[in-house]
Write a protein that binds this ligand. Structure first.
Ligand code: HEM
Length: 177
């Protein structure tokens, strides 16, 4: 087997004693919560885009898309909070604070994930409170052209969310050798 290259993104070393079983169990739970949040956030997004929306469109049932999007919106909100809260916990578990993050490559990658997560939260809020209702309003008014324009903006938001989540996942899996 080839020797592993030195890792540039390694977190600060911790003494083995800090991995005592009880503490390890608690942090395993926090990490579990973090990864569970990620599966809900990213998995839900993929299922919506690749399964729910095409199936509802093929059935000509637009109301189903709205209902599913509302339901996933609630789940996605929980996932967003879970990822952030457990993410801060994991930063603390590495013996770091948010202020330390710019000082190492490891921290810079975690900081990039944090910035992405906040930016994605802003996009979701715009999607739910501004763009989405404009589509419904234009459709109710029978203004198909403007509904289409708002839908295109929605597709741009969805693409940005998927891309942002994939970049965050890439950054995450590069953190630990
Ligand atoms: C969609 C956004 C995110 C994704 C996809 C993501 C994904 C992940 C994954 C899969 C891991 C486990 C890596 C491993 O143990 O091999 C992880 C760990 C971690 N995440 Fe995230 N995460 C996201 C957002 C965040 C945010 C916002 C923060 C900070 C508030 C954060 C901080 C951390 C930390 C500190 C670790 C521990 C890394 C280590 O063990 O040193 N993550 N993340």
């Amino acid at each position: 087997m080839l020797p592993r290259p030195a890792c540039q993104t390694r977190p600060p070393e911790r003494a083995p004693a800090q991995y005592a079983v009880g503490v390890d169990d608690l942090w395993t739970l926090v990490r579990f919560g973090h990864v569970l949040g990620v599966t809900l956030w990213l998995g839900g997004m993929i299922v919506m885009g690749a399964v729910v929306v095409p199936v509802a469109r093929a059935a000509g049932d637009r109301a189903l898309i709205t209902r599913a999007a509302r339901r996933f919106g609630a789940l996605g909100g929980v996932a967003w909070v879970l990822i952030l809260v457990t993410g801060f916990g994991l930063i603390d578990n590495r013996g770091l604070s948010v202020a330390d993050l710019p000082d190492s490559e490891y921290g810079q990658r975690v900081l990039a994930k944090l910035v992405l997560m906040i930016a994605m939260g802003v996009i979701v809020a715009l999607h739910a409170a501004w763009q989405g209702p404009r589509v419904s309003r234009a459709q109710e008014a029978g203004d198909e052209e403007s509904a289409r324009r708002w839908q295109i903006l929605g597709a741009v938001f969805d693409s940005a969310l998927l891309l942002g989540s994939l970049v965050a996942l890439w950054l995450a899996v590069s953190l630990v050798p």
